[in-house]
Design a protein around this ligand. Structure first.
Ligand code: SF4
Ligand code: SF4
Length: 260
């Protein structure tokens, strides 16, 4: 089942970007799997939000959780450095990738239903409490449980293809084999106390080595949303993920070839 789902997600993204619609280009997605009964899901009550859902809250009889990372191509990030507001390309990539994730989930749901399995999907974003800015289904944390990467100092997941991209996930009662999880910290600050490029890139000062002011960060996301309101909903920034050693690879590894 793992190979089937992985193949379908990769194929879907490939065909999607060959269609006339999106202006964004994506690299090949990464797909990870978790056992729906993994005790780490229960720990998200503390780590993320007291109301964070468990897989069985989304789907009665849930057996597996599938998470995937869709990396942006380098050109998407290239123009998002060196200015206060997000670039138009970055904002469009966010909007188009959210649409892509919705379509992937619908496609996989239909395929799995055809094979006798049920799924439950969560929207790619805007499923959070606007006062606490906490999500009841954090795709980042779900992807972490599914072995897709480790958290960076910038609070985002660093995958084998970096952090410039978007995450999606869904719950199913199909039985999948849990992925092997990373055995070391990918973030250079967490592993060696070095780097800190994301903190230097943060244009609002919300991100510091020892703290994160999510409300200050969200203020800029809303400014960008207003700036690009004619394109769709793009409450984005991403300065802390662009032009840093973990943008497109695990920093310090042989895949560290795609820095912008
Ligand atoms: S930019 Fe450096 S410190 Fe920040 S998350 Fe990436 S590797 Fe860690
Ligand atoms: S998204 Fe922007 S404001 Fe928020 S932490 Fe990253 S660089 Fe700072």
């Amino acid at each position: 089942m793992n190979d089937y789902i992985t193949r379908e997600i990769i194929r879907f993204v490939d065909e999607y970007q060959q269609s006339a619609g999106p202006g964004t280009s994506w690299d090949e997605p990464l797909v990870g799997f978790a056992d729906a009964r993994d005790p780490r899901f229960a720990s998200l009550h503390r780590a993320v939000s007291p109301t964070h859902a468990l897989p069985e809250h989304l789907l009665d009889g849930a057996r597996s959780v599938v998470a995937y990372f869709i990396p942006f191509e380098k050109a998407v990030a290239a123009g998002n450095s060196g200015s206060y507001h997000a670039s138009r390309k970055w904002a469009l990539a966010y909007i188009e990738t959210n649409r892509l994730i919705t379509d992937i989930n619908a496609h996989l749901s239909a395929l799995l239903e055809h094979r006798g399995a049920r799924t439950a999907v969560v929207p790619p974003t805007h499923n959070f409490d606007e006062e606490r800015l906490m999500s009841d289904w954090s795709h980042r944390h779900v992807a972490w449980i599914a072995g897709l990467g480790t958290f960076g100092l910038h609070n985002l997941l660093i995958t084998a293809r970096g952090c410039c991209g978007r995450l999606g996930s869904f719950v199913t009662d199909a039985v999948c084999t849990p992925s092997v999880r990373p055995v070391f910290e990918y973030c250079l600050f967490k592993s060696k106390g070095t780097c800190g490029a994301c903190v230097k890139n943060c244009v609002t000062g919300a991100l510091k080595e020892d703290s994160f002011d999510r409300h200050r960060c969200y203020g800029l996301l809303l400014e960008n949303a207003e700036l690009f309101e004619n394109e769709g909903l793009a409450d984005v920034c991403g300065k802390c993920t662009c032009g840093v050693p973990c943008s497109f690879a695990i920093p310090g590894t042989t895949r560290d070839r795609d820095r912008v």
